[in-house]
Design a protein around this ligand. Structure first.
Ligand code: GDP
Ligand code: MG
Length: 436
C-alpha cells in the first residue's frame, strides 16, 4: 500500500542527523514511485515530489524530531494542499435547492443519493429523492427502499421514459410539498457514452442545479481520473463524491481527481450503510494516505516545546555518560509540557492501538517526580553517591517505600547502561526526545 511504501521511504532518512540532498533525493524517488503505484498520475506525482524536495531542502531540522518525522510532516502538508486545503461546503440553499447526481453505472450514485438525503435530514433539511434512472426498472425500487429506510419521500414516474420531464415535475412537486432540497439520482452507463452525457446535460439545463455532484468509485484508480475529466467537460460539475473508500482502498484517486479537474471533493462514502457518509477533509485524507496516526501533531508539539539549546546540552551529557537526575527531571517536565502522556504515546503510529486498554496516567510520573524532588541537588547531580542511608532518607522525604526508591534507582541505572550502549552504536543511536 501507499502508506507502507511511504513508511519504508522514510526509513531511509530516519536516524540520520540532518536532511541532506542525498537522502532527500532517495526518499523523494521512493515517494514518487509509491504515489504512481497508488494510481496517482505520473505527471502529478512528479510535480508533487519536486515540491517536496524543495521544501525538505529548505527545512531546518530541529533536534526534537527526526528527519523522518519532519519529512512525513512536509509530505502531509503538501498532500493536504494538493487536495484543496480545507473542506468544501455543500450548497443546499434554494427553493428548493436542486442537487444533481451523475456518474457511471455502479459508481454508487443511488446509494450516495440515499446517504446524502439522510445526511441533509440530519441537518434539518427536508429532502426529496428523485428516481430519474429510466433504464433500469429496479432502480426506482432501489431508491424507494433507501428512502423508506430513512423516511424520505421518493419521487418517481415508472411509465415516463423522459428523464428531463421527470426531473422538472419532481422539482415542481417538491416545491408544492415544501421540500427544500431535491436530490436527482440519474442513470449511468458502464462507460462514458454520448447518449448518457446528452441526457444528463439536458436534465442539468432543465432544472438548474445548485450542485452537480460527480460520483466516482475510488477503487477504479486511473480510470477515475479519465471519467472525471470527461464528465467535467460536459457537465462542469460543482463537486466530487468518492465512494467505496472502504477498508484499504487507495487514496490515489482523491489526489489525481482534484488535481486534474480542479473541483473540490465534497464527500467520501464508505460501506453500504446509510450513515457512512462523511464530509471530505483533505487533512484526514492525507493522514489516510500516509497511514501515520497523528504524527504531525506530535511533530508540531515537539517543535513548539522543545528547547534546542537544552537538547544540545543534554546530548553532550549523554555522550559523556553524565546523565543525572536533574536531567531526568527536565526530561519529565518536557514530556509533561507536551501534553497528556497517553495521548502523546498514542500519536506514534502503531503504539496507539497497543496501549488503548492500558491505563497510563500522568500520575505514574508523579511518584518518580516526588522521589527526585526528595533528593538534594548534590544527590541529583551525583547519582552514584546515593547509598542505602540516603535512599532511606529520600523514601521518608517523599512518603515512599525504600523498595520504590531501590526500584527506581535500578531503572535509572539500566537506562544509563542503555544510553552507554547507544553511544557506541553508529550515528550515536538517536533517541527521540533526547536530542538526536
Ligand atoms: P449506481 O449504479 O451508481 O447507482 O450505484 P449503486 O448505488 O447502485 O451502487 C452499486 C453497488 O455498489 C451496490 O451494490 C452498492 O451497495 C455498492 N456501493 C455503493 N456505495 C458503496 C460504498 O461506499 N462502499 C461499498 N462497499 N459499496 C458501495
Ligand atoms: Mg443507480
Amino acid at each position: 500500500s501507499l502508506s507502507e511504501r511511504l513508511e519504508s521511504a522514510f526509513k531511509q532518512i530516519k536516524g540520520e542527523g540532518r536532511i541532506t540532498e542525498l537522502n532527500v533525493a532517495a526518499t523523494v524517488k521512493d515517494i514518487r514511485r509509491a504515489l504512481v503505484d497508488a494510481d496517482v498520475n505520473y505527471k502529478i506525482a512528479k510535480e508533487f515530489t519536486d515540491k517536496i524536495r524543495e521544501k525538505a531542502m529548505g527545512e531546518k531540522v530541529l533536534t526534537a524530531v527526526s528527519p523522518g518525522q519532519l519529512m512525513v510532516k512536509i509530505v502531509k502538508d503538501e498532500l493536504v494542499e494538493l487536495m484543496g486545503g480545507t473542506e468544501s461546503e455543500l450548497n443546499a440553499k434554494g427553493n428548493p435547492a436542486v442537487i444533481l447526481i451523475a456518474g457511471l453505472q455502479g459508481s454508487g450514485k443511488t446509494t450516495f443519493s440515499g446517504k446524502l438525503a439522510n445526511y441533509l435530514k440530519g441537518k434539518k433539511y427536508s429532502p426529496m429523492l428523485v428516481a430519474a434512472d429510466i433504464y433500469r426498472p429496479a432502480a426506482i425500487d432501489q431508491l424507494k427502499v433507501l428512502g423508506g429506510q430513512i423516511g424520505v419521500d421518493v419521487y418517481s414516474e415508472p411509465e415516463n421514459k423522459n428523464a428531463v420531464e421527470i426531473a422538472k415535475n419532481a422539482v415542481a412537486q417538491a416545491r408544492s410539498l415544501n421540500k427544500n432540497v431535491v436530490i436527482i439520482d440519474t442513470a449511468g452507463r458502464l462507460a462514458i457514452d454520448e447518449a448518457m452525457m446528452t441526457e444528463v446535460t439536458n436534465v442539468k439545463n432543465a432544472v438548474n442545479p445548485q450542485e452537480i455532484l460527480f460520483v466516482v468509485d475510488s477503487m477504479t484508480g486511473q480510470d477515475a481520473v479519465n471519467t472525471a475529466r470527461a464528465f467535467n467537460e460536459r457537465l462542469d460539475f460543482t463537486g466530487v463524491v468518492l465512494t467505496k473508500l472502504d477498508g484499504d482502498t487507495r487514496g490515489g484517486a482523491a489526489l489525481s481527481i482534484k488535481y486534474t479537474v480542479n473541483k473540490p471533493i465534497k464527500f467520501v462514502s464508505s460501506g453500504e450503510k446509510l450513515d457512512t457518509l462523511d464530509v471530505f477533509y483533505p487533512e484526514r485524507m492525507a493522514q489516510r494516505i500516509l497511514g501515520m496516526g497523528d504524527i504531525t501533531t506530535l511533530v508540531e508539539r515537539a517543535q513548539a516545546q522543545f528547547d534546542e539549546v537544552q537538547a544540545k546540552k543534554l546530548e553532550k551529557k549523554i555522550r559523556k555518560n553524565q546523565f543525572d537526575f536533574e536531567d531526568f527531571k527536565q526530561q519529565l517536565d518536557q514530556i509533561k509540557k507536551m501534553g497528556n502522556i497517553k495521548d502523546l504515546l498514542g500519536m506514534i503510529p502503531g503504539v496507539g492501538k497497543a496501549i488503548k486498554d492500558i491505563d497510563i496516567s500522568d500520575d505514574a510520573f508523579k511518584g518518580i517526580e516526588a522521589m527526585i524532588n526528595s533528593m538534594t541537588p548534590f544527590e541529583r547531580a551525583n547519582p552514584d553517591t546515593i547509598d542505602q542511608s540516603r535512599r532511606k532518607r529520600i523514601a521518608k522525604g517523599c512518603g515512599k517505600d525504600i523498595a520504590d526508591v531501590n526500584a527506581f534507582m535500578k531503572q535509572f541505572e539500566q537506562m544509563k547502561d542503555m544510553m552507554k550502549m547507544m553511544n557506541k552504536m553508529p550515528m550515536g543511536g538517536k533517541m527521540p526526545g533526547l536530542g538526536g
